[in-house]
Design a binder for this molecule. Structure first.
Ligand code: ZN
Ligand code: ZN
Ligand code: ZN
Length: 137
């Protein structure tokens, strides 16, 4: 079962208003969210710092992963793979629609293996595909 409370429990996080509310926003959204999107929905309930801290906790715990974008507005999305504390395995492609601007996790589209030259060690790999999403076609 995937609800905010069981996610918090599974990750040994105490149930605070901000954690529960922000997780619920992610659970209800089918695309990745920027910090501003989250603030817009939570409104005055939580200040900026609380939202930042909550997101950072979720990243550390392997609940949420980040998607770097060209406009420097990092997007956040729920991890659907078996991410654990300190170890993310979100090796899927992210799609950014040029029309509506939505960022979507393509969970079943995996980043192809990249062969690096000798001496290079990858810790993270990101792939962003820009284009037009099904809703905007
Ligand atoms: Zn992850
Ligand atoms: Zn679109
Ligand atoms: Zn993703």
């Amino acid at each position: 079962m995937t609800d905010a409370l069981s996610i918090l429990k599974r990750n040994h996080l105490s149930n605070t208003d901000s954690r529960r509310a922000i997780l619920e926003i992610f659970l209800q959204s089918d695309n990745a969210l920027a910090h501003n999107d989250i603030e817009k929905i939570t409104g005055e309930r939580f200040d900026r710092v609380t939202v930042y801290r909550t997101l950072q906790t979720f990243i550390d715990k392997g609940i949420v992963h980040t998607i770097p974008t060209a406009d420097n507005a990092t997007r956040y999305a729920l991890c659907r793979e078996n991410c654990t504390e300190g170890h993310h395995h979100d090796d899927h492609v992210h799609f950014i629609c040029e029309v509506c601007g939505k960022t979507t996790c393509l969970d079943n589209t995996h980043i192809p293996a990249v062969k690096l030259p000798r001496g290079y060690d990858a810790t993270q790999i990101n792939m962003i595909v820009n284009g037009i999403c099904p809703d905007c076609r």
